[in-house]
Design a protein around this ligand. Structure first.
Ligand SMILES: [Zn+2]
Length: 156
């Protein structure tokens, strides 16, 4: 079986989405810094290593890459045309792991906000101001979970 996704392409996909200091994450940090919230980055002690932890508000924020986390109905999530089974399995595994981590976090009383990459970049992205407002509102309103995603368009 030939591997059509070249190693270069794959590493570009990975570096674009995985790891610290991806651009969307920096955007979120800027938002929090502007309003003066204290946060911690990549807390290894918590399940799933949340990107941002606001201990005072018992809140964590995940900034998720739509591809790796299999974002439903999202233009940034498409299974590559080659090695379809491999990717399906890989992404399904990531989704399961995400769910498990979130369960553990909420059992421990953490509130969880997910900011999807598509809310911050690509053609469906939201106004930065809107994202900013949603995050701050959520931090303060005490709700358990919050999901911030790009505009959902009709079926494509
Ligand atoms: Zn998305």
């Amino acid at each position: 079986m030939t591997d059509i996704v070249s190693p270069e392409t794959r590493s570009r996909m990975m570096s674009g989405i995985k790891g610290r200091d991806t651009q969307p994450e920096i955007q979120i940090r800027k938002i929090l810094s502007v309003v003066g919230y204290r946060y911690r980055i990549g807390n290894k002690k918590l399940p799933g290593k949340p990107d941002i932890t606001l201990a005072k508000y018992k809140a964590v924020i995940f900034v998720e890459g739509c591809f790796w986390h299999g974002h439903e109905d999202c233009a940034l999530f498409r299974i590559p045309k080659s090695r379809v089974e491999f990717w399906k399995k890989k992404i399904a595994g990531n989704i399961l792991r995400d769910r498990k981590n979130r369960r553990l976090l909420s059992k421990d009383g953490w509130r969880i906000c997910t900011v999807w990459e598509c809310a911050l970049k690509g053609k469906d992205k939201l106004d930065t101001e809107k994202v900013e407002r949603s995050i701050i509102e959520w931090i303060l309103n005490g709700k358990k979970t919050k999901n911030i995603r790009g505009r959902k368009l009709s079926k494509r």
